[in-house]
Design a protein around this ligand. Structure first.
Ligand code: HEM
Length: 451
């Protein structure tokens, strides 16, 4: 089995720690589409298989019984946040997906939730006006985290969000700590009171208390006034196959925690990277602005306009190609498998990598360059020449349930910003950190001027 060359004793341990994303790209280039990467000294060695071929994406992600989420990363997320949709499998997952499908309908997303996105984006544009007046800069990453937290807060909790969001933001460090445990070769058991474990336990307890409090409060109210926010819908939703079955409060809290985790950092990073790429490319910005002027003529964007804004959509897709928020999708195989002719022993850690596939020079011309033109294709052709050459939302039955939300939120926010501001930056690249989602590692200053 071909492996990535590393240091004699510790393998790729140092490379992975210093530059995980670069190491994956090196493995794809030097070793191939199925690359074994090992780290740590003999006896403590951990190995994983990095998958960089579109042809293997569905073979793995499309067979959840053979390739499960039974890996350390999901185990840590499950331990911390419970058995919500992102971590559940088998019957539990089927049950949850049945309850959630009616909550994520196209109609609801394109009306109620789109209106929240537009409103929040407009408030952001107004908040920026003072900075723009003095020709100043904003940190687009911080700003996008703030904006997407407010949006997911309102989508989840409606009117109760103003109380919830500041509380929730306080616990942002929780996801970083979960991640550290998920990727550490031997995480210290939670019963050992290290400083990090104590911080994680108290952070989790605090976060859960906020969510439990909102649910208990709402349970009392929903009997009289049903609400259209996600929490209200979860509280009243019934199993489509068995109308008497409903979700317990713990199950609802687990879902809410997962949506908070999965639902804003991903979109925030995507938007931040997209804004920087456009700030670096005035000609693309102009193409998008011309399109917006032509179609909207200064009026507020709605979900119904997006189909008539192809360049806006292509810019969004291109940002999701270059900066796939879910950079690594982890699985573990229940049986021995053969991938591309290589034997993968049962119980191996497998990483299906949107990061390497989206940046593969075998698939994309000049893959490191931001170029929305790649997505301007004649009907019937798919970008990158394969259905899974571009798959930021995963594939198979566990693909992202929030995809429609994200594919609405990102262009709505972008359109609203570009209608008002011209962006520029001195940044020449975006430093990245592969946290649970792919994050910009540093603040991203972008100058804004009225357009
Ligand atoms: C740019 C934004 C987003 C990206 C790139 C993204 C990416 C992904 C990916 C790749 C998966 C598959 C994970 C796997 O197979 O292990 C996933 C699953 C999931 N995502 Fe997203 N996501 C985004 C936004 C959202 C939003 C806005 C929400 C919810 C409000 C959300 C909720 C979920 C949930 C619940 C799952 C688990 C689905 C299942 O297992 O059935 N995501 N996401």
């Amino acid at each position: 089995m071909p492996s990535l060359r590393g240091a004699p004793l510790v393998g790729a341990a140092l490379d992975l720690r210093r530059d995980y994303l670069g190491t994956l790209l090196r493995a794809a280039r030097d070793v191939g589409d199925v690359a074994r990467i090992y780290a740590g000294p003999p006896g403590w060695r951990v190995a994983f298989y990095s998958i960089s071929a579109p042809e293997l994406v569905l073979e793995i992600l499309g067979q959840p019984d053979r390739y499960t989420k039974g890996n350390q990363f999901y185990a840590e997320v499950r331990k911390a946040l419970g058995n919500g949709m992102l971590t559940s499998e088998g019957d539990d997952w089927h049950r949850q997906r049945r309850f959630l499908a009616p909550v994520f309908t196209h109609k609801r997303i394109s009306t109620t939730y789109a209106a929240i996105m537009v409103d929040e984006a407009q408030q952001l544009v107004r908040r920026w006006s003072r900075v723009a007046a003095t020709g100043g800069a904003v940190d687009v990453h911080g700003e996008m985290i703030d904006l997407t937290s407010r949006i997911i807060g309102r989508v989840l909790f409606g009117a109760d969000m103003s109380a919830a969001v500041p509380e929730i933001v306080k616990f942002r460090f929780v996801s970083d700590l979960i991640l550290q445990r998920g990727f550490s070769p031997r995480p210290t058991p939670m019963c050992v009171p290290t400083r990090a474990n104590r911080r994680l336990s108290s952070g989790l307890a605090g976060l859960r208390a906020v969510v439990d409090g909102i649910i208990a409060d709402r349970r009392r109210k929903t009997d009289t006034v049903p609400t259209q926010d996600l929490l209200g819908l979860l509280l009243t939703s019934r199993d489509v196959d068995n109308g008497r079955d409903r979700l317990s409060d713990t199950e609802i809290a687990d879902q809410v925690l997962i949506f908070l985790l999965a639902g804003h950092d991903t979109t925030a990073s995507t938007l931040a990277c997209l804004l920087v790429e456009l700030a670096r490319a005035p000609e693309w910005q102009q193409t998008l602005r011309d399109e917006l002027d032509h179609v909207l003529a200064g009026r507020v964007v709605t979900a119904g306009d997006l189909a008539a804004l192809p360049w806006t959509g292509r810019a969004v897709r291109e940002a999701m190609r270059l900066y796939p928020a879910a950079h690594s999708i982890g699985r573990s195989n229940t049986h021995e498998e053969t991938l591309n002719g290589y034997r993968i022993p049962a119980g191996s850690a497998i990483v299906v990598s949107p990061w390497t596939i989206h940046r593969s020079p075998k698939i994309w011309v000049d893959p490191q360059t931001f170029d929305p033109q790649r997505f301007d294709l004649p009907g019937g052709q798919v970008p990158g020449g394969h259905k899974y050459a571009w798959f930021p939302f995963g594939a198979g039955p566990h693909a992202c349930i929030g995809m429609q939300l994200a594919m609405l939120e990102t262009p709505i926010v972008l359109a609203t910003i570009l209608q008002t501001y011209r962006l520029s930056t001195s940044l020449t690249s975006i430093p990245l950190q592969p946290a649970i989602s792919l994050h910009p590692a540093d603040p991203l200053p972008v100058q804004i001027q009225l357009s």
